[in-house]
Ligand binder design. Structure first.
Ligand SMILES: NC(=O)C1=CN([C@@H]2O[C@H](COP(=O)(O)OP(=O)(O)OC[C@H]3O[C@@H](n4cnc5c(N)ncnc54)[C@H](O)[C@@H]3O)[C@@H](O)[C@H]2O)C=CC1
Ligand SMILES: [Mg+2]
Length: 342
């Protein structure tokens, strides 16, 4: 009933409702209704736009060095499904990922069961691995595609109830799945991860895993263990990975991170005592770690963010790209150095 009233009110865009609420509040209320009410969501699917995936690779168009994620209209979707002789009901497999300021809903749909090359030539673009395109994506596309991929992956891997073994059913928006037999509700999962930039007051500590691109160093990161507070995870990870004791720490910001699965990256700064800075690298987790001066960091940011082989065969320091929250932590540390008296 509440949803019906809302729908009526929402349609009358000049209504008191619209005058009373900011665009942001209207959007959030609308998204809430879409998640709660399959009927409203079905209507939204018939007027919304779609981001397409194929086995979790997003459909992208390359324009120069940038990747753009085109929004496909429902008419284009229906025409394409018609070409594949697929039932239009396939649209209901999509998941809700957001909406425009005008409350036009955005959905993501994985077309992994259809022939990839046919869709690519039909829509004139290509399905590209997210890891490959992530750092060249347009500003608004990166977080949308990142949560879309995480949500699609979660649905793909949670089709059965872990208690009864029976199929689970997604609600239309894809904000949950329900076991048909006993009604257990499953919600999409994210793993909390802390990422910490350690400083001794004049240098910052960066580390690299063997899997990182050559020369790239980042802040220390680690998954939260069950029962831990964020503060405990920061202290444990720093002790585990580089053998140092954190003296103080503070929260900076957070970010959803799609690799390797869905993580909530919680970014912190931490201080160690200037007299206790001797690193002992845990080689099971890291390839190398080291302290870097402000000059070294500034020099690295001044270069192209690409691995650069030096005369001695080693690679010059390369820092995480703009979208990564590690980049933001390092930028904040630079500002802090400038504002702290020597
Ligand atoms: N956005 C950013 O700026 C950055 C993001 N990251 C991300 O942080 C994440 C965590 O960093 P790591 O140093 O690899 O973590 P980590 O130091 O906790 O080590 C990874 C190991 O933790 C264990 N683990 C415990 N819980 C896990 C879970 N829920 N999922 C997967 N493995 C789990 C596994 O044995 C795994 O091999 C990575 O996925 C990485 O992509 C890392 C650096 C920068
Ligand atoms: Mg780690």
């Amino acid at each position: 009933m509440r949803a019906m009233i809302y729908q009526g009110v929402y349609r009358r865009t000049s209504s008191l409702w619209c005058r009373l609420h900011s665009t942001y509040v209207r959007k959030m209320r609308y998204l809430f209704e879409l998640k709660e009410d399959d009927g409203i969501c079905r209507k939204a699917q018939n007027s919304g736009t779609f981001y397409l995936f194929h086995n979790l690779s997003p459909f992208l168009k390359k324009v120069g060095s940038k990747y753009l994620a085109p929004q496909i209209s429902v008419a284009e979707m229906k025409s394409m499904l018609g070409k594949f002789k697929q039932n239009e009901q396939m649209i209901e497999d999509s998941v809700l990922i957001g909406c425009s300021d005008e409350c036009m809903a955005y959905f993501a749909l994985d077309l992994g069961s259809l022939e990839k090359s046919v869709i690519e030539s039909e829509l004139k673009g290509s399905f590209t691995e997210l890891r490959k395109a992530f750092f060249q994506l347009d500003g608004k596309d990166a977080p949308l595609l990142s949560s879309a991929q995480a949500l699609l992956r979660w649905h793909d891997t949670h089709q059965y109830c872990s208690k009864t073994g029976q199929p689970t059913q997604k609600n239309l928006a894809g904000s949950k799945r329900v076991c048909r037999t006993n009604g257990i509700i499953y919600y999409p999962q994210m793993s909390p991860v802390v990422i910490t930039l350690v400083s001794d007051g004049s240098r910052c500590l960066l580390a690299r895993q063997a899997s990182f691109p050559k020369g790239m160093y980042s802040a220390l990161a680690g998954f939260c263990d069950v029962g831990e507070t964020l503060e405990e995870t920061v202290r444990r990870e720093v002790a585990e990975e580089v053998g140092l004791e954190v003296e103080s720490l503070w929260y900076s910001a957070s970010q959803h991170w799609p690799f390797p699965n869905s993580s909530l990256m919680i970014a912190c700064h931490a201080m160690v005592q200037p007299q206790q800075t001797k690193i002992s690298v845990n080689k099971l987790e890291l390839e190398a770690a080291g302290w870097f001066s402000l000059e070294e960091i500034m020099e690295a940011f001044g270069r192209e963010p690409k691995p650069l082989k030096q005369e001695d065969g080693s690679f010059s320091l390369c820092l995480p790209p703009k979208w990564a929250i590690a980049h933001q932590l390092i930028q904040e540390w630079i500002k802090l150095q400038a504002s702290t008296p020597a």
